[in-house]
Design a protein around this ligand. Structure first.
Ligand SMILES: Cc1ncc(COP(=O)(O)O)c(C=O)c1O
Length: 374
């Protein structure tokens, strides 16, 4: 049996007529740039996430860069974040000459260690950029307390966190991205809410920030050909919005299916002592966007999976503080030992709503066979 890491065609074939009709409507109308479907998706995401404003942009990376620009994460200012994430969580800061200040991750969640944030705050610090990764949100109670105490701005990288909700010590669940000043989502195809190409969204409850985001995505124009700031050309494509509107209709079902797949993995792998699962912490609703584990002899296991035609991914093989593009920040190997250790052990197994029980069980059997024969 061959098990791909992700296969978008299964979903497309299941709902082919709906996707085709949605695309056809855009093509017939010809409203490719900021067409009706973009506004409709923004409205529906506002309702789904219970947030006042949503602004569709070209990618999650652009969403982060635009939000960082607006929040002043630039010109030598420091922003505290995790080194164990996708590049864009930190490149959005360096893009405008801001300085990411990394703190190590928690051993059990692989997310930013909130106990290490405050010691990094100094008069030059402007913000905190938590990333909601590995199926869970960062401890937003703690982060918002520190931000309030030191008057810092908070940009939530919720690129991987569509559908996740945080309650913490509060009285109600709040959707990822809606607690800080700005939050961003990515609609990269593999994401829980993924398009058939690139796309992203900025969300906020602050009207002034929302207006700025809307201007910045059209070159900084307050009205056509009148520019208040130098912005970007970064609009969510109407064709992608049409696809995403179809997918949003089924999002809760997709989340439930992902959860079922994750539980299958946990049931089948819990007796395998060479594999460890991350722990979900804090009162929150997680979403299984990925299924990552820590595996002994990770690289050998990865090679074995390839031999057996099983897809996998490694998020992230090299933490950001030791990436060549950030060498000017002056970090070195050994600065963040937990992130460095997890990078050597982590592996993500195939998970998406359409993957079958047989496929998941096959992956688990192969993993166990690998360790049995070691
Ligand atoms: C944590 C994180 N931040 C940012 C991004 C960037 O999103 P995009 O690929 O839509 O530019 C991604 C997605 O790949 C991500 O996983």
């Amino acid at each position: 049996m061959k098990v791909k890491f992700y296969e978008s065609q299964r979903e497309y074939h299941e709902k082919k007529d709906e996707f085709n009709r949605a695309l056809q409507l855009v093509l017939e109308k010809g409203n490719f740039i900021l067409g009706d479907q973009v506004a409709q998706l923004e409205n529906e995401i506002q309702a789904y996430c219970q947030v006042k404003y949503a602004v569709g942009v070209a990618s999650g990376t652009d969403a982060l860069t635009i939000a960082s620009d607006i929040l002043g994460f630039k010109d030598g200012k420091e922003v505290i974040t995790s080194p164990f994430t996708f590049l864009a969580s930190a490149s959005c800061i360096t893009k405008h000459r801001g300085r990411p200040v990394f703190v190590d991750i928690n051993e059990e969640t692989f997310g930013i260690d909130v106990n290490k944030i405050e010691e990094k705050v100094n008069p030059n610090t402007i913000g905190i950029l938590p990333i909601h990764l590995f199926n869970q949100m960062a401890d937003m109670d703690r982060i918002m307390d520190i931000a309030e105490k030191h008057q810092l701005r908070v940009l939530e990288d919720a690129a991987e966190a569509f559908g996740m909700r945080w309650k913490g010590k509060g009285s109600e669940y709040k959707h990822s991205g809606t607690i800080g000043d700005f939050g961003v989502f990515s609609f990269f195809p593999t994401k829980t809410l993924g398009g058939y190409g690139d796309g992203g969204m900025i969300v906020t409850n602050n009207e002034e920030l929302a207006q700025k985001a809307k201007q910045y995505r059209v070159h900084g124009a307050s009205k056509k050909y009148y520019y208040d700031n130098v912005g970007y050309n970064s609009r969510l494509d109407t064709l992608q919005a049409a696809i995403l509107l179809v997918k949003l209709k089924y999002i809760d079902e997709a989340i439930r299916k992902r959860e079922k797949v994750a539980h299958l993995y946990m049931d089948h792998l819990s007796d395998c002592e060479n594999i460890r699962f991350p722990k979900i912490k804090g009162q929150q609703k997680s979403v299984f966007y990925v299924f990552t584990v820590l595996a002994e002899n990770r690289d050998e296991l990865a090679a074995y999976l390839t031999e057996n035609e099983i897809g996998y991914s490694i998020y992230y093989p090299r933490p950001l503080h030791v990436q060549a593009c950030f060498k000017d920040l002056g970090y070195k190997i050994g600065d963040f030992p937990v992130a460095e250790r997890v990078a050597k052990e982590i592996i993500a197994l195939p998970i998406y709503p359409e993957i079958t029980k047989d496929e998941v069980e096959f992956v688990c059997e192969k993993i166990k066979a690998f360790y049995r024969n070691k």
